[in-house]
Design a protein around this ligand. Structure first.
Ligand SMILES: Cc1cc2nc3c(=O)[nH]c(=O)nc-3n(C[C@H](O)[C@H](O)[C@H](O)COP(=O)(O)OP(=O)(O)OC[C@H]3O[C@@H](n4cnc5c(N)ncnc54)[C@H](O)[C@@H]3O)c2cc1C
Length: 466
């Protein structure tokens, strides 16, 4: 077997897969090494795909989305619900894994299984399960090893009822109660999905609001929606200790309050997967938080070695990781295609309800000294939302007062993750909010809410709104 390649990618997650396919598409001989049994990375095997499948299945099985509209919610036997949830999740993981494998095959990328580390050269040493090693040589090495959940030593993860966001996927039962630690995207997603499944959820965070990077108003609407679903929020309250005492799990909050949930999900933070890669020996620098340092072309501090995806730090999204991988590949080989990363990536939070954002929040615009105004469109006035019984939602536009140029879009509610792309397009094109007033939207649609948010903004400019 020939062990020389143009590029070796370590990690077959979103960053690695797309980088490999990009380089191979332009005729490069590429190998991808992954230690996992199947390609796709955490995105497919334990993070984004499983959580979103769990969410859709929970919504479908419980009739949660439309329970108020039709006056019914389905009561499934918990054991049956768990079986369906896990079966459906496994099905979708298998389908997505096959898609990733097909993409690699189509582009003639070799997928090798094993634990990889950097060797001299650049080269990559691959250790197989039987302990044998093979050295691969390449002009370019891309590190795309992703991240893993943070597991602080004081949290007893050895307890079968204390989970991180990956182990929770293999849940053994649907508990009656759960404490979720972490009000970030992952914590919000799981907390709302388990609430929809009828679990008594308490969501804790040190911060005094959910999703602190999002527009304050969106965090507030989301918090109200969560409480309306029956979730308890304990914001501004850190977790003191988690312990099993007298056969029961006991979570003590910083305030001294004690909770006794059946399960704990610790979903606060991730760390780059760089252990055992031999970064210092290869001259690849990391920052104080262990993230690989790269320049704008994704080159590390070592000749011929690039890095992309979660392993280089935030935003730690599959969507952005894929783009970083593609851009890294084009730079590594001087391919005149896709040379820069989109400066305006959207963020989607797949909680119930969904939330999404692109561009500046109102708070960020004001902090930057921009004379800005906002426009709000509420789903409760949308015919589509009324028909669907999904009237909880807001489209918020942030724009400059002088030329009405759109700076940010913030959405909470049904299909927020889809709707956000219209705002992304308008901000990217430098358009004013008038663009939504001038367009004809299909009726009835959730998208039409953009138009009413823009009208609201114009009225505020004229002082006709409170
Ligand atoms: C619960 C959850 C939900 C999420 N939901 C979303 C979402 O909805 N949308 C979104 O955009 N993002 C989401 N994310 C983030 C997304 O999963 C990550 O940003 C993405 O997976 C990062 O891709 P990556 O290619 O950098 O790494 P990964 O997907 O982590 O893949 C890294 C791969 O490298 C392999 N590897 C690591 N070290 C070695 C080694 N030494 N040798 C060989 N192989 C190695 C691993 O086995 C793995 O397959 C979510 C994350 C979590 C935790």
């Amino acid at each position: 077997m020939n062990d020389s390649f143009d590029m070796i990618v370590i990690g077959a997650g979103p960053a690695g897969e797309k980088a490999a396919a990009q380089a191979a598409f332009y005729g490069k001989r590429v190998a991808v090494v992954d230690r996992a049994a199947s390609p796709g990375g955490s995105a497919v095997q334990s993070a984004g795909v499983p959580t979103k499948t769990l969410r859709e299945t929970a919504l479908y099985l419980t009739g949660f989305r439309r329970r108020d509209t039709y006056g019914l919610s389905l009561q499934l036997l918990p054991s049956l619900a768990l079986e369906r949830l896990l079966a459906r999740t496994a099905e979708v993981i298998a389908t997505r894994t096959a898609s990733v494998q097909a993409n690699l095959d189509r582009n003639r990328v070799q997928l090798l299984r094993g634990q990889a580390r950097l060797g001299p050269g650049p080269s990559v040493i691959v250790r197989s399960e039987d302990g044998s090693e093979r050295t691969l040589r390449a002009g370019v090495v891309l590190i795309a090893t992703g991240s893993r959940p943070l597991r602080p030593p004081e949290i007893p993860f050895e307890d079968p009822d204390v989970h991180d966001p990956e182990s929770i996927i293999g849940l053994d039962r649907i508990p009656r109660s759960m404490v979720v630690v972490g009000g970030g995207p992952v914590g919000c997603e799981y907390a709302s999905v388990f609430t929809a499944l009828g679990v008594e959820v308490t969501l804790l965070d040190l911060a005094d609001r959910l999703l602190p990077f999002m527009d304050t108003e969106i965090s507030d609407v989301l918090a109200r929606a969560f409480v309306g679903m029956g979730m308890r929020l304990a914001l501004g309250s850190g977790v003191g200790t988690v312990a099993r005492v007298g056969g029961q799990l006991r979570v003590t909050l910083a305030s001294g309050e004690r909770l006794h949930p059946e399960k704990v999900l610790f979903a606060a933070g991730r760390a780059g997967s760089t252990e055992g890669l031999g970064l210092p020996e290869a001259g690849v620098k990391t920052d104080a938080r262990g993230r690989i340092v790269v320049d704008e072309t994704y080159r590390t501090t070592a000749e011929g070695i690039y890095a992309a995806g979660d392993v280089i730090g935030p935003p730690a999204l599959a969507s952005v990781s894929m783009e970083q991988g593609r851009v890294a590949a084009t730079h590594a080989f001087g391919i005149a295609f896709k040379q820069t990363l989109d400066p305006l990536p959207p963020y989607g939070i797949y909680s119930i309800p969904e939330a999404a954002m692109v561009g500046m929040t109102e708070q960020a615009a004001r902090a930057a000294g921009i004379d800005c105004e906002v426009g709000r469109g509420w789903f409760e006035h949308s015919p589509r939302a009324q028909i669907a019984g999904a009237t909880e939602g807001l489209v918020k536009l942030v724009f400059r007062r002088d030329d009405r140029r759109l700076l940010g879009v913030h959405i909470v509610g049904e299909i927020a993750g889809e709707l956000i792309h219209q705002g992304q397009g308008a901000i990217g094109a430098g358009e004013p909010i008038d663009t939504f007033i001038d367009r004809t939207f299909n009726l009835p649609t959730f998208s039409e809410t953009y138009k009413y948010a823009a009208y609201d903004g114009l009225q505020r400019l004229e002082g006709k709104q409170p």
